[in-house]
Design a protein around this ligand. Sequence first.
Ligand SMILES: Cc1ncc(COP(=O)(O)O)c(C=O)c1O
Length: 457
Amino acid sequence: MAPPPAIYQNDQSYSESCLHETYQESLKKSSHYEIVLSTSSGASDSRSLINEALINRTSDIDHESCDAGEEDSFFVCDLGEVSRSLDLWKQKLPQVQPFYAVKCNTNLEIIKLLASSGCNFDCASKSEIDTVLSLGVSPDRIVYANPCKTNSFIRHSANRQISLTTVDNAQELYKLQKFHPTCGILIRIATDDSTAQCQLSSKFGCSLDAAVNELLPLAHDLGLNVRGVAFHVGSGAKDFTAIHRAVREARQIFDTAISQYGYGESMNVLDIGGGFERSSFHESSFEVNMALREYFPAEYSRKQKVRFIAEPGRFMVSKAFTLATHVIARRDNFKAEADQVPAMLYINDGVYGNLNCILFDHYNPKPFVLCHNNKFFYLDQENEIEIDANANGTHLFSIWGPTCDGLDCVSKQTNFVSDVHVGDWLYFPEVGAYTLAATTSFNGFSGNAEIVYVCSE
Ligand SMILES: Cc1ncc(COP(=O)(O)O)c(C=O)c1O
């Protein structure tokens, strides 16, 4: 089957305005979703748009008479937040082209927005590749960033003209020689990601020694097309000096590949992976800039025509999604000891659904009261900020998902100002990363939450 026409070409300047004009138009015309486009801009505007969407979606629902599932959990997605992430990226790392890690959140509106803004894509499977291509993104805007690939997926990527991938072991080089011998290869090296929220180097990445003494000579003997180096300092990285060490090792691999194996013409990609977050981007981008200046100075990079790329996931989408959940049940323990939680709240999303990040991403999203006694609190977030567990007048709860599994615990202990009960709503801000991408339908609870789009741009 012929691929669809590439509407998002590689020459799309990624320095163009973030919420690309044609994308804005298509959003307005979209019949699938209710999308509220704001004329003013900025983060404060984002809060009022999200508030409006939350109120609109929930205020008509009477849990005592509604149809089954009408009170299901749902997301509000602020696309303007994704644009602001991309803007910040361009501002701090203008020389590094982002390839959005699709695994983080495969939402099509996010992918379309990023594609139309010139962002490229990191895909790790056949399905991710097909999703991105189906939107008309040209294959040269995709890096197949999975160092251990299925043979048939390698053949599929060759058929689809994907021309860049990562490798960290000898077997993978043999596979590429057999199924996609012209593919550009980035040697993925391990990093010290011991303090990261999610470690990746225990599974992927070779040592500097293996890169230089095993993979480069083998790739050379097999006639493969080594293009550069990739690394990832762990998702939710905390120690950014790891970036510095990885860039230094990357330069050593560049030097060996060029001087000993004749890869002078082709060695021109450095992929600094993901691990970035908006909250720490000042420090992480500073470390990237320092390391690139030291090991890939302008003169060297110009001569070698080095292209810097990255694979940010969490950075792009984390802040853009807010999850609203309904309180479906409450159990009180009137005999609770002083050190026990006196009441349990049960909500209609949990660790098997959109809050799977608690298990898989080592991230505990913070719950807030959205609606109590038909009063909305989203704009009074501070009223629900954690209060000392022993303070008088606070209401202490544990919060549980809807399945029958005891593992399905969303929060062991949360303090609310309000005495939350059945029919109230809770919300979880900043849950765009590694949430809706990994839901299950365990116990018959579908993880496919509706998404209400707003756009504060
Ligand atoms: C190869 C690769 N690239 C990029 C990412 C995205 O990382 P993050 O969401 O921390 O930016 C991941 C996450 O697992 C990954 O495995």
